[in-house]
Ligand binder design. Structure first.
Ligand code: FAD
Ligand code: SF4
Ligand code: SF4
Length: 472
């Protein structure tokens, strides 16, 4: 085969201009066209599958060179088939995976130039096949001969872990019912990640497919309150828990009870789930002032900051460490900066100051300084300088982390770790036989693709568990 010339620079994806996109919640990145995708696909040097570092970097090990080869050939159904072998939600992961730490971070082309834009190519395959109806053809092919089984499975939580587990089990022929606490399914994909990063229509389509697979969805069901795990086990042959990590960590510092201090999850839920950004069309506004300080530096902080900016506020992100330790996706940090979000580093909040009505009006920070030593996560340790600084703020959003809620465990004896995550074995079974768990509920705050990977693995384990029980 003739050697190809290495193309070091990425084919950029078109984006909406900053001045236009900050006025609405429409999607920022427009994705590749067919021609641009084929051009970017040409940059892949087609490492053999048993060596390709990108495959090892992807948590669900998609055969990346194979799907990129199909793009080059113009065989989009073939490309989607390769991706669907390991990942049934590529339109979502192509948009939200932290690719720089996963598939793209490992790409060999990235050692000498820009890594192949695997995420955008994956998204392209999903979007293109959806627009042309090709994905529906493939879906019908995949589910046409599925068996019928009489066993019933309960899935608790309709985030990426629960939805994937439900979909996989339904494809195997099981009767699946999802119990979801909120009035809409999707988990963080619905209530957390904003429309400008992940259009909800994509999720709606996946939910529609689940329904057509016969999955029953019961919303407004808080398992642990409305119904318990013990009760579910009486009616169902197995249970999967995918309840995520949706409880915000808050700051235990003076002034925390001042008005207009939100957790990022509440703020984003009001915007995304309750559609505050469509007020007055939706009668559920969110109160924000003119100067907002967001505390944190992960995806949640970025989403909250960029949503606040679109509601017309001036936004500053304050982080106690330095830029290189921010955990948000690089693309989101870049977009936030382009859109005018300001960043302040090495500031650790120590007090919220409120006005005579009790509304927050400023945040006092301790200035920190970095040390040479690194902690167990590889981040540079920091120490207080003794100097303080105060930033004016009429609204504060706290995005310093999340942990699992403990509602389910209030009424059953599932073993948990001190941080509230469920203890599971290598098959994702909890301490109670027949009850499995995955996603953020076992990992703490993690990623969409890891949650989906767990959902798929748990479905396989549940199938094996049921079959072995039948055989015994
Ligand atoms: P979740 O998505 O949290 O879903 C859990 C579901 O269970 C929810 O619908 C919840 O209402 C329901 N539930 C909880 N308790 C009960 C109960 N007792 N009974 C019934 N239902 C219950 N990851 C990325 O990979 N890329 C990103 O860009 C990214 N951005 C993020 C932005 C934000 C704002 C947040 C909060 C997270 C982000 N993440 C991102 C992390 C990612 O979204 C999560 O890792 C992922 O959603 C976990 O999936 P899950 O299914 O385990 O849980
Ligand atoms: Fe990369 Fe995520 Fe797709 Fe895997 S699922 S190839 S990590 S974008
Ligand atoms: Fe292509 Fe990069 Fe994967 Fe090699 S590592 S197969 S160049 S995407």
């Amino acid at each position: 085969m003739p050697r190809r010339k290495l193309i070091k620079e990425r084919v950029p994806t078109p984006e909406r201009p900053v001045e236009e996109r900050v006025k609405d919640f429409g999607e920022v990145n427009l994705g590749y066209t067919f021609e641009l995708a084929q051009k970017e696909a040409e940059r892949c040097i087609q490492c053999p599958a048993d060596y390709a570092p990108c495959i090892k970097g992807c948590p669900v090990h998609i055969n990346i060179p194979a799907f990129i080869a199909k793009i080059r050939e113009g065989d989009m159904k073939g490309a989607l088939r390769v991706i669907w072998n390991d990942n049934v939600l590529p339109a979502i992961t192509g948009r939200v995976c932290p690719q720089e730490d996963q598939c793209e971070g490992a790409c060999v082309v990235g050692k000498v130039g820009d890594a192949v834009d695997i995420g955008k190519l994956e998204r392209f395959v999903a979007d293109y096949t959806r627009e042309k109806g090709i994905d529906e053809e493939l879906f019908q092919e995949m589910v046409s001969n599925r068996p019928e089984r009489k066993e019933k499975i309960a899935v608790v939580g309709a985030g990426p872990a629960g939805l994937t587990c439900a979909g996989e089990l339904a494809k195997m022929g099981y009767k699946v019912t999802i119990f979801e606490a909120l009035h809409k399914p999707g988990g963080v994909l619905m209530y957390g990640i904003p429309q400008f990063r992940l259009p909800k229509e994509i999720l709606e389509r996946e939910l529609d497919r689940l329904k057509r697979l016969g999955v029953e969805l019961r919303t407004d069901h808080v398992v642990g309150k409305t119904i318990t795990i013990k009760e579910l086990l009486q009616e169902y042959d197995a249970v999967f828990i995918g309840t995520g990590a949706g409880t915000p960590k808050l700051l235990n510092i003076p002034g925390i009870l001042s008005m207009r201090i939100y957790s990022a999850n509440e703020f984003l839920t009001r915007i995304n789930l309750m559609k505050a950004y469509k007020f007055p069309e939706y009668d559920t506004p969110v109160a924000v002032g003119d100067k907002i300080v967001v505390i944190g530096a992960g995806n949640t902080a970025m989403d909250a900051a960029r949503s606040a900016l679109r509601l017309g506020a001036e936004v500053t992100i304050a982080y106690r460490r330095g830029r290189e330790d921010m955990t948000a996706r690089i693309e989101e940090i870049g977009h936030a900066e382009e859109e005018g979000v300001k960043f302040e580093f090495f500031l650790n909040p120590i007090e919220f100051i409120s006005d005579e009505e009790g509304k927050v009006k400023a945040v006092k920070f301790m200035k920190m300084r970095p040390l040479e030593e690194r902690d167990s996560r590889g981040k540079r340790k920091i120490e207080p300088t003794g100097e303080t600084v105060t930033l004016e703020a009429d609204t504060v959003i706290i995005a310093i982390g999340l942990e699992p809620n403990r509602i389910i465990t209030e009424d059953c004896d599932l073993e948990t770790n001190p941080d509230g995550t469920f203890v599971v074995d290598e098959n994702l079974m909890t301490s109670t036989p027949g009850v499995f768990a995955g996603g953020d509920a076992i990992r703490g705050e993690a990623t969409v693709i890891l949650a989906m990977g767990d959902g798929k693995k748990a479905a396989k384990s549940i199938h094996e568990y049921i079959q072995s029980k039948k055989a015994s």
